[in-house]
Design a protein around this ligand. Structure first.
Ligand SMILES: Nc1ncnc2c1ncn2[C@@H]1O[C@H](COP(=O)(O)OP(=O)(O)OP(=O)(O)O)[C@@H](O)[C@H]1O
Length: 278
């Protein structure tokens, strides 16, 4: 198939071949609220008859690279069906405007950071509950689907800040989202000649997700500092609390500011993992 034909038919082929629901664009309510944005477009909250409240992630697609990104994200998100993953409903398009959509479940509490920032306090049990739910979702992706997420935390290049924009919360429960950078090693065993390379690279990708999980756990265990610096001097903090928070904050700041160093495996420049050099 030449590129022209591919461009014309990729959407239909993709939806049919992967059994993905193509939601007619007319069925999506045009009254919508912007709830986020990222590299490929804007995310809106709206409704549709079939699913009620929904979030739609809009992609402006005008070249092959954008098609590939859309396909990768929708395909992987469609595979991941678990109570700790934001539910994928289908895709939609406004072909005239070259706008394409991933249609998914709406998380009413927003990101984990939004959720934390609205809480005055959180006991250890609640923090452990949230970490456990994130681990459940990640374990499902790694162990059941051979998918590495690759974007659990967001690092801002200039400010070297990290936060959990892709860990969403719905009715107090964790929902992992955004499979735009994810990699699927599902058919790893089918390619016997690449098996060793693939399985070792999957391990490396998993390690990077686990690093992100570590940052999330630190943020959760320490959230008052990472979210509300000013609370450190607040009168509501007892002196002991402040000392403990300060110590944890120092650890988190050190960790967040330290670059990850590549550690080469067996002197092979192609296989390496990132690790902290403590
Ligand atoms: N299903 C959802 N429910 C509620 N809010 C959402 C949902 N999906 C996305 N958002 C909001 O939109 C923001 C951006 O979404 P997302 O990270 O998926 O976009 P992106 O284009 O992939 O971003 P980036 O390119 O930075 O990775 C999220 O941080 C979140 O605030």
């Amino acid at each position: 198939m030449d590129l022209m034909d591919f461009n014309k038919s990729w959407y239909d082929n993709f939806s049919i071949e992967n059994g993905i629901l193509d939601i007619p664009y007319e069925q999506i309510n045009k009254e919508r609220t912007r709830i986020g944005f990222g590299k490929y477009g804007i995310v809106y909250k709206t409704t549709c008859d079939l699913f009620g409240d929904i979030a739609v992630k809009e992609f402006y697609i005008n070249d092959q690279e954008y098609i590939e990104n859309f396909i990768n994200e929708a395909r992987i998100h469609n595979l991941a069906r678990h109570k700790r993953i934001i539910q994928f409903y289908g895709i939609s398009r406004d072909a005239e405007k070259k706008l394409y959509y991933i249609v998914m479940e709406y998380a009413n509490h927003g990101t984990l950071r939004d959720f934390l920032s609205k809480r005055n306090s959180m006991d250890l049990k609640e923090r452990i509950r949230l970490v456990t739910q994130i681990s459940e979702g990640l374990s499902y992706l790694h162990n059941k689907l051979n998918i590495s997420h690759q974007d659990l935390i967001y690092s801002h290049f200039y400010y070297i800040k990290q936060h959990t924009k892709n860990i969403l919360v719905k009715n107090g429960n964790i929902k992992i989202s955004d499979f735009g950078k994810s990699k699927c090693f599902k058919h790893i065993n089918n390619f016997s000649s690449n098996k060793i390379f693939n399985s070792s690279s999957f391990t490396l990708y998993k390690v990077s997700d686990i690093h992100s999980l570590g940052v999330i756990i630190l943020e959760l265990s320490n959230y008052r500092k990472t979210l509300h610096k000013e609370q450190l001097s607040s009168k509501i903090c007892l002196k002991e609390d402040r000392l403990e928070i300060r110590e944890k904050s120092r650890m988190v700041s050190n960790l967040q500011l330290k670059p990850l160093e590549p550690v080469y495996l067996n002197n092979d420049k192609k296989s390496y993992i990132y690790s902290y050099d403590f």
